[in-house]
Design a protein around this ligand. Sequence first.
Ligand SMILES: *Cc1c(COP(=O)(O)O)cnc(C)c1O
Length: 376
Amino acid sequence: MLNPPVVSAFLPPRRILMGPGPSDVYPQVLAAQSRPTIGHLDPLFIGMMDELKSLLQYAFQTKNDMTLAVSAPGSAGMETCFVNLLEPGDTVIVCRNGVFGDRMRQNVERCGAEAIVVDNAWGEPVDPHAVEAALVANPKAKYLAFVHAETSTGALSDAKTLCALARKFGCLSIVDAVTSLGGVELKVDEWGIDAIYSGSQKCLSCVPGLSPVSFSPAAVEKIKQRKTVVQSWFLDQSLVMNYWSGGAKRSYHHTAPVNTLYALHESLRLLAQEGLENAWQRHRDMHKILKQELQRLGLEFVVAEESRLPQLNTVYIPKGVDDAAIRKQLLVQYNLEIGAGLGEFAGKAWRIGLMGYAARRENIVLCIKALENVLA
Ligand SMILES: *Cc1c(COP(=O)(O)O)cnc(C)c1O
């Protein structure tokens, strides 16, 4: 017999989360999550799931019937899109201008498909001209995949133009909206996005662990016409859909993360109450204030103004400043988390998030004061 470990209850401090995610969670969302667990086939739970679907459709601005939350974080939403659509031998144009574009490439290759990579420099948006050239040069391509808001760099790409290009060349579009959903303009139906995934813990300010996804009718048709079975049992949407859209006849697929879904329901309800356009405007307004203050402190932005994400501000670390020591001081002295640089920007840049509930004046005031003090 092993002795029972002596461990006290874990009581996390109240941090202010201004990194690349998770973002500050709405207090109402935390409260929703602690409500009583009920069965995931309970009629009341099914009613909640139906509401959740319409809230997701609103957030994505889509009428797609195949709109749901995958029971796992954003990375699983990414994988859901690729494993359901791709078959071995397919050709996919993948845009890479940061860490997440490269993860898309890895997903494509793990599906046994061929990735044609269109590279753009870190910190730059995806270049539609380069994408068009790749589409011309690869007439066999069936999909165009890109990241709308590249969280590793803070660059926003023009999803509307890229999806129009995909359509022009007969390709379906696969879009990473993990950081864009709820933070910047995103219109799934109007822009003709075919497969899209997001995450609960960025601009939705929900707890981590869920990935909203949506598939257009054309994408659903592709899935129905597959010649090979989806390699992942858990992520196979043809099985999951019997749970999400079966109405009263919903059948068991896996045990839904009941309380986490309460949390997502509440965060999307808050987004609907604020209104999408108001939420987008709030992110722009808060970014403007933060930008002025960061520049006053002498910090320089990595991304050019016209393609900067309001919800993720990437700035160069000033010369001679100890990256890790500063972030540790912010955490310990101010309970404030900002993001380290990722990939090419590790040790070179900080990523300051203004995502969802974190996009508030009081957060900006604290962040600027804290940075000013620790840099002095
Ligand atoms: C955070 C993020 C992901 C991965 O989401 P997880 O919830 O961490 O799995 C994917 N793409 C982008 C652009 C992200 O910012």
